[in-house]
Write a protein that binds this ligand. Structure first.
Ligand code: BTN
Length: 270
């Protein structure tokens, strides 16, 4: 399915429209909460965890006033220019492996974007950034916890820059939108539905897809952890999602993504 039509930014997010793009089984599986504005869809999803919902809940907002990224960063979320979406799930019911959920979601969203964009290749910068032509067009923030009623929950947060043409100074060099990188406008409703479809097709062998999309393997990168910063060559990604690097002294290290961020040699961190 290709959508090269002019993107109607005024189009309100409508759950009936999203459901129209899903088969009945998938449409019935999810609850939907579509908002004009919220601080952060992830923050709201975490508040709603434990409210006894019997279905996974999809929350989408037209804008966020305090969108959040990994490592305490903010996520720029201007009105109608992107897809800001969180999916609240019970990880046990969905049978998704939590340690690699960010990797899975990254491949699912990359597939969803490519299905709607002609001839576009979406790369992944370990661990959670989706890139087109070297620019970050999407970030993923998965958060897990236990709610008041003792049930484990996971919030899958996805922010896709769709039509922004300009970004704030601090991210201008690294961020892009699907439109600014490809000249193609994709419809938020179609993308939301496509992401849900791809999230619903969980296959434990997604890591090969993740590895094929990697833009860091073989590259020199700057590794930034809470107590150290060093240059290294990215060598491979293991099945458990960790990144294997070799530092400048030839020492091999295995990076688990918790507190680590990565950037290319001459880049600011994203
Ligand atoms: C990152 O780039 O580090 C992750 C960004 C994740 C942004 C999305 S937008 C929807 C959801 N709500 C948030 O506050 N964050 C995620």
């Amino acid at each position: 399915m290709t959508h090269n039509t002019i993107f109607d930014k005024s189009k309100t997010l409508d759950q009936k429209m999203i459901k129209k793009h899903l088969d009945k089984k998938t449409a019935d599986k999810y609850g939907f909460l579509l908002l004009d504005s919220v601080d952060s869809t992830n923050t709201l999803a975490k508040k709603l965890a434990g409210d006894g919902a019997d279905k996974p809940l999809v929350i989408i907002s037209d804008q966020q006033s305090a969108g959040r990224g990994r490592l305490g960063r903010s996520f720029y979320s201007p009105k109608s220019d992107g897809l800001y979406m969180s999916v609240l799930i019970d990880p046990e019911k969905e049978k998704i492996e939590i340690p690699t959920i960010t990797h899975f979601v990254a491949t699912a969203v990359a597939n969803a974007i490519e299905e709607l964009c002609d001839g576009v290749k979406v790369g992944i910068k370990w661990v959670n950034d989706l890139l087109i032509d070297g620019k970050k067009v999407c970030g993923i923030l998965c958060e897990s916890g236990r709610s008041g009623d003792g049930v484990d929950f996971t919030v899958i947060g996805i922010g896709v820059n769709l039509s922004e043409r300009d970004f704030p100074d601090d991210i201008r060099n690294i961020a892009g939108s699907v439109y600014s990188c490809t000249g193609q406008m994709i419809d938020r409703v179609c993308l939301a539905a496509n992401i849900i479809k791809n999230l619903d097709k969980y296959e434990p062998d997604f890591m090969d897809n993740y590895r094929q999309r990697s833009v860091v393997i073989g590259k020199r990168v700057k590794v930034i952890s809470y107590d150290d910063t060093y240059f290294a060559k990215a060598m491979s990604i293991s099945d458990d999602g960790s990144l294997n690097v070799e530092d400048e002294n030839g020492e091999k290290k295995e990076l688990c993504f918790g507190e680590i961020s990565l950037c290319f040699e001459k880049e600011d961190s994203v």
